[in-house]
Ligand binder design. Structure first.
Ligand SMILES: *[C@@H]1O[C@H](CO)[C@@H](O)[C@H](O)[C@H]1NC(C)=O
Ligand SMILES: *[C@@H]1O[C@H](CO)[C@@H](O)[C@H](O)[C@H]1NC(C)=O
Ligand SMILES: *[C@@H]1O[C@H](CO)[C@@H](O)[C@H](O)[C@H]1NC(C)=O
Ligand SMILES: *[C@@H]1O[C@H](CO)[C@@H](O)[C@H](O)[C@H]1NC(C)=O
Ligand SMILES: *[C@@H]1O[C@H](CO)[C@@H](O)[C@H](O)[C@H]1NC(C)=O
Ligand SMILES: *[C@@H]1O[C@H](CO)[C@@H](O)[C@H](O)[C@H]1NC(C)=O
Ligand SMILES: *[C@@H]1O[C@H](CO)[C@@H](O)[C@H](O)[C@H]1NC(C)=O
Ligand SMILES: *[C@@H]1O[C@H](CO)[C@@H](O)[C@H](O)[C@H]1NC(C)=O
Ligand SMILES: *[C@@H]1O[C@H](CO)[C@@H](O)[C@H](O)[C@H]1NC(C)=O
Ligand SMILES: *[C@@H]1O[C@H](CO)[C@@H](O)[C@H](O)[C@H]1NC(C)=O
Length: 554
């Protein structure tokens, strides 16, 4: 790991025994640094000289004030992935959605309060492909004096999974955008910044040090750009207790599964024979698509005074296409729905949306083969504006977007059957408007267009409840009968199964502009994204405040 620099960290205390929340100040400097990882020397964009970047710690109800300064040649924004940003839409971070980018030499202060969530999230750059190296953990502790709803661990560890290219990542996506072809796949998966053993190139792996008989809370984050990942430790079971900063009913499992943007907290008890155990991080892909299939390894090492160690205990590596393992993990997730942590899933639906996800090919004169890969929701390939959508909405500037995003696909077809003859898409900066406090159901339907694939969808500004999922075409009459409206898992990112569908619900009680997109960065680039406008309600508590004075300009 790169040498750690000190994160500027100040806490403003309020001296009242009743005031529990604090204001936590952080400074993040986006800088360029040379690295020699994976047999190549290249410059990477990182934060405070660290890869992964510094962890932000806060308690539920704290206000977090982060000054981000851009010292690199690229435009930058930072997204606090999964933070609900209640009435602080200006601090959400996606470029050209809630803000113009922080240009070279500029700073912006992100200011938000963490309400009603606790667990692990991540922050990452939200512009081009910079998040490959610009990311870090957010740890949200419960309010002071409130215990975890599971046995208190002896220690906590953060584990960030990433994706590593030997080449410059911005060059990779620029090349793909010009050619119209898929971008080059990555060369390795990282565990806390260590690529581990990669064919043709050795590098040191990460070691997770434990003491015998203790329990650890592992806060695991998938910060990869394009790869869904399995995580497994030889000889040890993991007890899952939280996902995307929402508690879940605890369950024991061998292998956990994380899509890019997802986080999971697990309890690990070091109850095996003192020794070394392999940790495996394997990509998942159940479609005929080229991908980085390299498994990354780390070591769980028990503290031991007697040397030498026995040899490392190995584990079976999940198959690259182990779809049943993904379902086993996903189906096990249930929200707590207890007195202290009720599950407030909307029981009625004001807006019932059916979003069909496709990949297509559009004409492109300048591209290598005269065509370019695109992706669409309801046949709309989202076109990024050159100004901030939230500013256009707030100042009522005409022309930046329209609010006519279709609730249904223009034509119905057998989504998981043979693809339509015409796979061109329409395009536009079209948004969907929701009135304050309305309830929304979105059924995200995967298709077999070009290549069927699992798409992890991320919604900004809200958590949603995953009320149902299945294979094939969603049946609007039959499938809702088996929806879970009692203890569905609450998340911010959910995989739409390959050749299947997932149904989510949320209550639109946070005014602003909220991005919904595939969290495989390659698909976001191709246009697999849209946004919601959530109108103000009544009074100041239901209204988006004016923008901060230092909001970057375009
Ligand atoms: C990285 O290395 C190059 C070539 O060795 C050098 O010119 C450059 O100044 C270095 N950059 C940083 C940020 O250290
Ligand atoms: C953060 O926002 C709060 C609430 O709007 C405000 O009172 C405070 O002054 C802001 N802090 C900074 C450093 O901008
Ligand atoms: C992408 O891969 C191709 C084929 O290996 C290579 O020629 C090209 O230089 C790579 N692009 C980048 C940006 O690394
Ligand atoms: C990984 O992909 C390469 C081609 O990119 C292939 O040669 C190799 O057999 C694959 N490995 C596994 C384990 O599937
Ligand atoms: C859709 O296509 C699949 C795969 O070809 C087929 O199994 C299924 O029966 C089709 N469904 C309908 C409603 O035609
Ligand atoms: C999508 O839009 C394009 C361009 O208007 C059209 O040619 C195509 O038929 C549409 N496809 C579907 C599946 O609606
Ligand atoms: C959107 O579609 C129009 C009409 O097909 C096309 O001329 C334009 O280039 C497209 N815009 C983008 C950004 O793809
Ligand atoms: C939103 O609607 C629900 C259900 O009608 C209601 O209980 C709640 O008070 C409303 N919230 C606000 C902030 O208006
Ligand atoms: C607005 O929110 C504040 C803080 O949560 C609360 O004290 C106040 O009563 C609310 N006002 C209204 C009109 O709901
Ligand atoms: C950075 O953002 C500004 C404002 O949107 C834009 O004018 C400029 O072209 C961007 N620079 C780069 C290198 O993308």
């Amino acid at each position: 790991m790169e040498p750690r620099l000190l994160v500027t960290f100040l806490v403003a205390l309020t001296f009242s025994p009743f005031v529990q929340s604090l204001v936590r100040h952080y400074k993040l400097s986006v800088v360029l640094k040379n690295t020699t990882k994976l047999c190549t020397t290249k410059s990477i964009v990182i934060v405070n000289g660290q890869f992964p970047g510094p962890t932000l710690y806060a308690r539920e109800d704290d206000t977090v004030v982060v000054r981000v300064t851009n010292h690199v040649k690229y435009n930058v924004t930072i997204h606090w992935h999964g933070i609900k940003q209640i009435q602080t839409g200006w601090a959400d971070g996606p470029a050209y959605v809630t803000q113009c980018p922080i240009q070279p030499g500029q700073s912006f202060v992100y200011n938000f309060t963490i309400t009603g969530q606790r667990g692990t999230l991540l922050w990452h750059a939200h512009i081009t492909w910079l998040r490959a190296t610009v990311h870090g953990a957010i740890v949200i502790l419960p309010k002071r004096g409130i215990p975890y709803p599971f046995p208190k661990p002896d220690k906590e560890k953060i584990i960030i999974l990433g994706e590593w290219w030997k080449s410059d990542v911005e060059a990779v996506i620029n090349q793909a955008s010009i050619s119209g072809l898929p971008p080059n796949i990555s060369d390795a998966h990282t565990i806390n910044g260590h690529p581990g053993q990669v064919p043709g190139c050795t590098s040191q792996g990460y070691t997770l040090h434990v003491e015998s008989g203790k329990t650890y809370l592992l806060r695991i984050i998938n910060a990869a750009l394009n790869d869904e990942l399995f995580f497994k430790i030889a000889g040890h079971k993991l007890t899952v207790v939280e996902a995307d900063a929402s508690y879940v009913k605890p369950f024991e499992i061998d292998t956990i599964f994380l899509s890019p943007g997802q986080t999971t907290n697990v309890l690990l008890t070091s109850n095996q024979i003192v020794g070394k155990y392999l940790i495996a991080v394997t990509p998942f892909m159940d479609a005929p698509i080229g991908f980085d299939n390299v498994t990354s390894f780390a070591t769980l090492r028990y503290k031991n005074t007697r040397q030498p160690y026995p040899k490392t205990i190995l584990t079976t590596i999940p198959a690259l296409n182990a779809t049943p393992l993904t379902f086993h993990f996903i189906d096990s997730l249930r929200s707590l729905n207890s007195k202290d942590y009720p599950t407030r899933v909307p029981l009625t639906v004001d807006h019932s949306l059916f979003f069909v996800i496709t990949v297509g090919l559009n004409p492109c004169d300048t591209c290598l083969q005269g065509i370019k890969l695109v992706s669409a929701i309801n046949n709309i390939t989202f076109v990024m504006p050159t100004t901030s959508l939230l500013e256009a909405h707030y100042y009522k500037i005409k022309g930046a977007f329209t609010d006519d995003f279709p609730a249904y696909p223009p034509v119905a077809f057998n989504y998981t059957g043979t693809q339509p003859a015409n796979i061109q898409t329409n395009n536009g900066t079209r948004l969907y408007r929701l009135s304050f406090n309305s309830t929304v159901q979105i059924v995200l339907q995967g298709t077999a267009m070009i290549a069927p694939e699992n798409h992890p969808f991320h919604l900004h500004g809200y958590n949603f409840f995953v009320v149902g999922q299945g294979l094939g075409n969603f049946d609007p009459l039959k499938d809702p009968l088996s929806f879970n409206l009692v203890d569905p898992v609450e998340r911010n990112t959910i995989g739409v199964p390959n050749a299947g569908w997932v149904a989510i619900r949320f209550r639109a009680d946070n005014p602003g502009i909220w991005f919904l997109h595939c969290h495989l960065e390659v698909h976001t680039t191709w246009g697999l994204k849209m946004a919601f406008i959530v109108d103000n309600g009544n009074g100041p508590n239901e209204t988006l405040p004016p923008p901060p004075n230092d909001l970057p300009r375009c």
